[in-house]
Design a protein around this ligand. Structure first.
Ligand code: BYC
Ligand code: FE
Ligand code: FE
Length: 474
């Protein structure tokens, strides 16, 4: 068993024997979970060139070494405290932040932390087969980097549960390892985390769009009055940036390769990239439509009393709260596009009740930058095709638009029209079969890349692109 000294941390773990014991008890269950549900086939014989956080300063969390994945040193790190920090929003605006959980908000906070924590191992489970289909060693390493950090994010939430929620917290920490993505009896809490991620196109879309929901939610939790929650999520955000980098640049490289193949002489400049094992732009667009809409759902209902309570009580704020001019938000109104009797109209909602939608606005805006960069690649290759985000009413499963149907342009559709046409806009079973066919043979040779994706512009941490990012060691 790995001992507590091997848990890198900046929370003086050795000083808190009770917490140390609780974590030591949880740790073997975690490692067992990792072996059972983590990257399949990459546990014992492979060493991966990964970054391990060993402290929160910039030098400390960019420490790179080869490790076998189950021996990764999952640590506990809080961002440095902000001196004299005060509550930044809601009814307790201006009061000192909390170092302990107030009894009256215990259940709400536990629920937020559990929901956040549940997504982290869920994503590792969803991605556990991808290593067998990787487009290169560089990408394989990135997958595992994301996986170990999602594992660390689980540790971050378990640390809070063990430290601040006593017995209930310990039970919740165990349940986080008991639920399983896609399990019929014990599924993960939020919808998008129960879909398997079978292809690398899905993986890059997931890290682009769903990890970005991680960013919105972590930004809003980092505003929390519960200071340890704020500090934990602030540090998690530094890792989140890498996950979105993997997603955005992964799609950039696919788009680049597609653009090159479209103009290839071999297919008579016909654009039929599938003849060369490429991924056509329509298929890329269908996957954008899917993962963007699933990730919009993760922001919850447009009108939500939960969200209002979280805000009022100072538990969960808006992303970048300091950019807003007013922080109590008592009289403000949000103009929401609501559906009434099948018609879309603007209605007035008290802003506190619309906090999920306010965060979704921030999210949509944050997604747009990436789309712009993908389109720049198309433009640079002299192509007039463009990728775009679908309307936010498209393909929704949560909220106002869940029972009505819209095209990606936002036009209303009847149920029948939707059933007939949805495969024009969403990935089809044939798409999946095709993607699996071009990913069937993994590429484990350093410096080689599958034909559907361009190499990255640079390697990891100054290493060359053909560096042996994952090596086999018997
Ligand atoms: N699926 O009032 P509402 C990440 C439920 S991603 C299923 O809108 P609320 C990551 C809801 O639970 C970030 N159920 O709820 C990314 C509620 O149930 P009850 C994860 C859903 O609380 C990639 C009911 O509907 N972090 O980190 O305002 C890789 C009423 O809804 C869903 C967080 O989510 C759904 N999509 O909003 C790895 C932060 N949406 O009360 C990691 C913590 C709603 O009727 N969570 N429901 O039983 C929250 O802040 C909130 O729970 C939510 C939901 C924003 C998710
Ligand atoms: Fe995470
Ligand atoms: Fe992430």
């Amino acid at each position: 068993m790995i001992s507590a000294e091997k848990i890198p941390n900046n929370v003086d773990l050795h000083m808190n024997k009770r917490l140390q014991r609780a974590l030591e008890h949880w740790q073997p269950a975690y490692i067992q979970w990792w072996k059972d549900m983590g990257p399949q086939g990459f546990q014992h014989y492979h060493q991966v060139y990964v970054r391990t956080a060993i402290s929160v300063d910039s030098a400390g969390w960019a420490h790179f070494e080869y490790v076998k994945l189950p021996e990764y040193r999952w640590g506990i790190f809080l961002a440095d405290p902000v001196v004299n920090r005060t509550i930044g929003f809601g009814d307790f605006y201006g009061q000192p932040v909390w170092q302990e959980v107030p009894g009256e908000f215990r259940n709400q906070l536990r629920r937020l932390i559990v929901t956040q924590g549940d997504t982290e191992p869920a994503s590792v489970e969803q991605q556990r087969w991808l290593g067998h289909r990787c487009p290169s060693l560089y990408d394989l390493r990135n997958l595992f980097q994301v996986n170990v950090e999602e594992g660390r994010h689980l540790w971050a939430m378990v640390y809070l549960l063990h430290s601040y929620f006593g017995r209930d917290g310990r039970d919740e920490a165990e349940d986080l390892l008991a639920r399983q993505s896609g399990n019929r009896d014990k599924p993960r809490i939020l919808d998008a985390f129960n879909e398997p991620i079978d292809t690398w196109l899905d993986f890059f879309m997931f890290t682009m769009f769903t990890d970005r929901d991680g960013k919105s939610q972590l930004l809003s939790l980092s505003e929390s009055s519960l200071d340890p929650l704020s500090r934990t999520t602030r540090f998690m955000l530094t890792e989140e940036a890498h996950h979105m980098f993997v997603g955005e640049t992964g799609i950039t490289r696919i788009v680049k390769r597609t653009a090159e193949l479209m103009r290839s002489e071999e297919i008579g400049f016909s654009g039929d990239v599938r003849k060369l094992g490429g991924i056509d732009l329509d298929m890329i667009q269908r996957h954008i439509n899917l993962w963007f809409s699933l990730s919009l759902d993760l922001h919850g209902n447009e009108i939500s009393t939960n969200a209002a309570a979280y805000f009022s009580n100072g538990l969960k704020g808006r992303a970048e709260e300091d950019k807003w001019s007013e922080h109590r938000v008592i009289e403000d109104i949000y103009k929401l596009e609501a559906v009434e009797n099948g018609e879309v109209k603007k209605i007035d909602v008290p802003m506190r009740n619309a906090m999920n939608e306010v965060l979704r606005d921030w999210y949509v805006d944050d997604c747009l930058g990436g789309i712009g960069r993908w389109n720049k690649v198309l433009e640079d290759h002299g192509l007039s095709d463009r990728l775009k985000l679908p309307d936010r009413k498209f393909n929704r499963g949560i909220g106002q638009y869940a029972d009505v149907h819209f095209t990606p342009d936002g036009s209303y559709l009847t149920k029948e029209e939707w059933a007939r046409r949805k495969h024009e806009w969403l990935p089809t079973p044939a798409d999946k079969i095709y993607l699996l066919s071009i990913m069937n043979t993994p590429i484990y040779e350093p410096g080689k890349f599958a034909n559907y994706i361009a190499p990255p512009t640079r390697g990891v941490k100054g290493r060359p692109i053909d560096f042996e990012y994952v090596r086999t060691e018997m």
